[in-house]
Design a protein around this ligand. Structure first.
Ligand code: ADP
Ligand code: MG
Length: 237
């Protein structure tokens, strides 16, 4: 972690999808976003406004059709596919609405999985995974499979998996979308603790109480991103 650059900086970021029906969808229109190390940002906006597209670009899972993205000072456009994969591995942990755990594997095995890709020696994997499971409050569930865990516990396993390589940036697309409001609050409290520990957190949500755990809220509207409180020109006539 350099700390000298914003962890996320986009300039005029655009995305046009050119496959499918309709033939062209402009999903992002010139998005400028700057996120400093240690911030907790929530991205809100209606369905179809471009939130997931934005997240996929920030997460280097997809490439923009225009504009620039610097991840911790690195211009992602200068990287080839293996370079982007390495950047993801080192800088970014992902959390999804549907948890995306491997059903046949235990919590411990799910959490250890990224260490295989990171080339961590076998003997180090289990102790590291157990430590991260303890960090999310699941030390006593290491041997359980996802079907033996509640939704909130499954999301904690997924968060532990996202944390295992100690990335500075955690990206979560609707992490509480499949959870009841009480469990959502617990998961958001966990994100707040992780931010207090120095991580940068970016979550997508359409639930206001969830977004209010963040230090800053931005809103997407038809592919544009604005700080909260922005009003579309010409509204209110
Ligand atoms: P949100 O996450 O805010 O619901 P998305 O980023 O998923 O919005 O989608 C933004 C727009 O881009 C929508 O109109 C959607 O239909 C379109 N879109 C998203 N992904 C694709 C894709 N892979 N191919 C074509 N269009 C897409
Ligand atoms: Mg989405």
């Amino acid at each position: 972690m350099t700390g000298r650059h914003p962890i996320i900086q986009t300039r005029g970021l655009g995305k046009v999808y050119s496959q499918g029906t309709p033939a062209e969808v402009v999903a992002l229109r010139g998005v400028d976003l700057r996120v400093e190390h240690g911030e907790f940002l929530a991205i809100m906006g209606a369905s179809g406004s471009g939130k997931s597209t934005m997240m996929n670009l920030i997460g280097c899972l997809d490439t923009p059709t225009s504009g620039q993205y610097l991840c911790d000072g690195v211009d992602v456009a200068t990287l080839d596919a293996p370079g982007r994969a390495r950047l993801r591995l080192e800088k970014i942990g992902f959390v999804f609405q549907g948890f995306n755990l491997l059903a046949r594997q235990t919590a411990l095995e799910n959490v250890m999985m990224p260490l295989v890709y990171a080339g961590v020696p076998v003997a180090d994997r289990e102790p590291r995974a157990r430590a991260v499971l303890a960090q999310v409050g699941l030390a006593d569930r290491a041997g359980h499979r996802p079907s033996e865990l509640s939704g909130g516990q499954q999301q904690r396993v997924a968060i532990a998996r996202a944390l295992i390589n100690e990335p500075p940036l955690l990206l979560a697309d609707e992490p509480t979308g499949a959870l009841d409001s009480h469990t959502s609050e617990e998961i958001m409290a966990l994100f707040e603790r992780l931010q207090a520990g120095g991580r940068t957190i970016v979550i997508i949500t359409h639930e206001r109480p969830v977004a209010e755990h963040a230090g800053r809220i931005v809103v997407m509207h038809d592919g544009e991103l604005h700080e909260e409180g922005w009003q579309a020109p010409g509204k209110g006539k």
